[in-house]
Design a protein around this ligand. Structure first.
Ligand SMILES: NC(=O)c1ccc[n+]([C@@H]2O[C@H](COP(=O)([O-])OP(=O)(O)OC[C@H]3O[C@@H](n4cnc5c(N)ncnc54)[C@H](O)[C@@H]3O)[C@@H](O)[C@H]2O)c1
Length: 386
């Protein structure tokens, strides 16, 4: 059995046997947010939405550079967890999988997600974010149409999206609400916007019970170290320069990843089909403030470091083309209608995050050296499809 939870036919049978409850099916569960979601799904009772977690979980992931099945190693062998190595663009595979697993809900995380990569190579973003979402929606529609009345009513397709679809705010503009007009500015946000529109259309045209969530920037454990916060932590620890785009005054609204996961569980149970919910932490910070805060925490946690004060490593570099100036989320609808509240402040969440990266140097090393990809190649390269 491998760390992702098993693709062998033995495990498949055992999984099918354990399915007293219909599973939830998630896509992209080996990525940053997805793997936090999967791990929490099986952790006992911290929060609202826990009643739902007796459901088994099927995790469908293509394992791109961003997917790391080692994140899920501790689920290995669980009879109520199944990992499926597959591409959401593979239509026959998605159709078959839905008929085999018969999920009560789909949570769609899988995407190409890094803005900088979308600028260098947008093709994969159009393929996975737009076409992949379309394939999954269409397969879900056929599966949903085949269900009985009760199951059809309670089925949900949750589309996990981003605040970047709304474009950029001026310094004094009000935060994005669910009715803010879409104005995506990067190939990443444009493809996510396209996928949101497809999801919306499947509710209005076919009645598929879809819900869209648009969340602000996440941070926390298991985030790929090319994203801002883990990049800065890992560079600072190694005494490397801390590259900050432009003047460092681009503002993001930061949300600790487990708060996002909890919001998704609550939307799954309480959200209304056809609706959009914005998710955000009311934690607006400029990139410069974020990096300074990381440096301060490291100064405190690593008093003996020869790179102290870590802020001396900060360097301003040429800006990203089309870099949005400010994002901010108004999450009032989610708070009032669903009862969600972020648990972490930026100070508590950032401290936990820095500590996690300090405690998991082996995980970082594995990702940075590409060790996990060699492991994926060894583990999956020769496997036949489940
Ligand atoms: N990270 C954030 O700050 C943030 C904020 C708001 C919304 N989101 C959205 O949340 C979702 C997850 O984001 P993340 O940061 O965890 O992304 P990530 O890049 O860390 O993970 C994406 C996962 O999707 C998988 N994947 C990619 N293409 C696939 C395909 N064709 N078929 C199957 N699997 C595929 C990858 O292997 C990876 O495991 C994305 O849809 C993203 O747009 C992210």
């Amino acid at each position: 059995m491998h760390g992702g939870g098993g693709t062998s036919s033995d495990h498949k049978e055992k999984f099918a046997f354990m399915k007293q409850q219909p599973p939830i099916l998630i896509t992209g569960g080996a990525g940053f947010i997805g793997s936090n979601f999967v791990l929490e799904w099986f952790d006992s009772g911290r929060s609202a939405g826990s009643e739902a977690r007796s459901n088994p979980l099927v995790n469908v992931d293509k394992l791109t550079y961003a997917g790391n099945p080692r994140n899920l190693e501790r689920l290995s062998g669980r009879p109520d967890y199944r990992f499926v190595h597959a591409d959401i663009c593979d239509r026959p595979r998605m159709e078959r999988l839905l008929q085999e697993e018969r999920p009560r809900a789909i949570l769609h995380f899988a995407a190409e997600s890094h803005v900088d990569r979308s600028i260098m190579g947008p093709d994969a973003f159009v393929e996975t974010n737009v076409r992949g979402t379309f394939v999954l929606l269409d397969a879900a529609r056929a599966y949903w149409a085949s269900l009985g009345d009760e199951e059809r009513k309670s089925f949900r397709f949750i589309h996990v999206s981003t605040d970047e679809v709304y474009g950029s705010l001026g310094p004094d503009d009000p935060a994005f609400t669910e009715t803010t007009a879409y104005a995506p500015n990067s190939p990443y946000s444009a493809t996510k916007a396209g996928s949101d529109h497809l999801v919306r259309s499947y509710f209005h045209t076919y009645g598929l019970p879809t819900i869209i969530t648009n969340c602000s920037n996440n941070y926390g454990p298991l985030q790929f170290p090319e994203k801002l916060i883990p990049l800065m932590i890992t560079h600072a620890v190694a005494g490397k320069p801390l590259p900050i785009y432009g003047d460092g005054l681009n503002v993001r609204d930061w949300l600790y990843v487990t708060d996002h996961c909890e919001a998704l569980r609550m939307v799954l149970e309480r959200g209304r089909p056809g609706e959009t919910y914005n998710i955000g932490g009311r934690n607006e910070r400029s990139n410069r403030e974020v990096v300074e805060a990381i440096c301060e925490i490291l100064d405190e946690l690593r008093p003996g470091s020869s790179y102290r004060p870590h802020r001396q490593l900060m360097q301003f570099v040429k800006d990203r083309p089309g870099h949005d100036r400010r994002y901010a989320i108004n999450a009032a609808k989610l708070e009032q209608e669903i009862g969600w509240r972020a648990r972490e402040t930026f100070a508590t969440g950032l401290r936990k995050t820095v500590q996690w990266y300090l405690d998991h140097a082996g995980w970082v090393e594995d990702v940075v050296t590409g060790g996990y990809q060699q492991w994926i190649q060894q583990n999956y390269g020769e496997r036949s499809r489940a």
